[in-house]
Design a protein around this ligand. Structure first.
Ligand SMILES: [Zn+2]
Length: 318
């Protein structure tokens, strides 16, 4: 947007018109009356500073390739000059208000910061422990490249964005999820939100990380509910088992004769949030390994012969 467009005047406008336009805009955007207008007011003032000074204006015009359209016509016939200038001014005033209206009233150019984008990501516990990278599809709204968010160009609706000033774009963003990430962590990816308008800041992208619940892993508020398989001999003899958790392993001591379905509470091994910390509740289930060696089977046969206890003896009496 050049200085003329910014002030809503044309390259043919005289100093009086420029001054009038500036005053009108200053009334609207002066930081004293419009705290959001500070940035725009600065731009407007810079434009006025240049265009109100004949020398600066000439340099600006030359540098920016701005030419007066019909000034040469009216200079030729000196007797008609006054009248022509009058006509000229009248039409310019009309154009001026048209341009002015479309730029500053229909879409005020106060800097607007871009919106943040929030999106959810579900990761496995393994990914939460080891970290991972994910490609996220984000629906971005960006400024229309043609009208730069102004919606109108010379009073006509922008053809590219159809007057919305922006267009939506699907963007793939690769994000790194750190290792040992907790459930419901909020990750901020700076500047990957929606575009700001008229010099406003870009929004941020927020990723809400959720660790996927499985049949073996659930979350109950701050508690982690974990189903862990154990072998028959671990249940009988008791042992220490390692349970993979977010920051390494947790050692769980199984007593002798642990029953299937028995629950163990590991204090302070749950999720942390707002100064509170949950527990991990481990439910053990005796499972038979899917592959047993011949030697193992032989030992089970020996066990069968040795065992005198009928586990179903009291079934009818209970
Ligand atoms: Zn547009």
């Amino acid at each position: 947007m050049n200085f003329y467009e910014l002030l809503g005047v044309s390259p043919e406008s005289d100093t009086a018109e420029i001054k009038a336009a500036y005053r009108r805009l200053a009334r609207k955007y002066h930081p004293d009356v419009n705290p959001d207008g500070a940035r725009l007011f600065k731009k407007i003032s810079a434009a006025y500073d240049t265009l109100s000074d004949e020398k600066k204006r000439k340099t600006y015009d030359t540098l920016n390739g701005i030419f007066k359209k019909s000034a040469t016509d009216s200079v030729k016939q000196s007797d008609n000059i006054k009248q022509k200038e009058k006509q000229f001014k009248q039409t310019k005033n009309k154009d001026f208000s048209k341009v002015f209206g479309s730029f500053f009233e229909k879409s005020s150019e106060i800097p607007v910061d871009g919106k943040d984008i929030n999106t959810d990501i579900i990761i496995s516990l393994k990914e939460a422990i080891n970290g991972s990278t994910r490609t996220v599809n984000v629906v971005h709204s960006e400024l229309c490249p043609k009208c730069c968010g102004r919606k109108f160009i010379n009073g006509t609706k922008c053809s590219v964005c159809n007057g919305t000033g922006e267009y939506t774009k699907h963007k793939k963003i690769t994000v790194k999820i750190p290792s040992n990430v907790k459930n419901n962590t909020k990750l901020r990816i700076k500047g990957e939100g929606c575009d700001g308008k008229f010099g406003g800041k870009k929004g941020d992208l927020y990723l809400f990380i959720h660790i996927e619940e499985t049949s073996n892993l659930k979350f109950d508020n701050l508690n982690i509910l974990y189903n862990v398989p154990i072998t028959p001999y671990e249940a009988v003899l008791g042992c220490d088992i390692n349970i993979p958790v977010l920051n390494g392993h947790v050692k769980l001591k199984l007593p002798k004769m642990t029953a299937s379905g028995q629950k163990f509470r590991l204090a302070g091994q749950g999720l942390k949030r707002a100064g509170k910390i949950g527990d991990m509740i481990v439910t053990v289930t005796i499972e038979i390994p899917s592959r047993l060696s011949d030697d193992e089977i032989k030992l089970y046969e020996k066990l069968k012969k040795l065992s005198a206890y009928d586990i179903r003896e009291n079934l009818l009496n209970e």
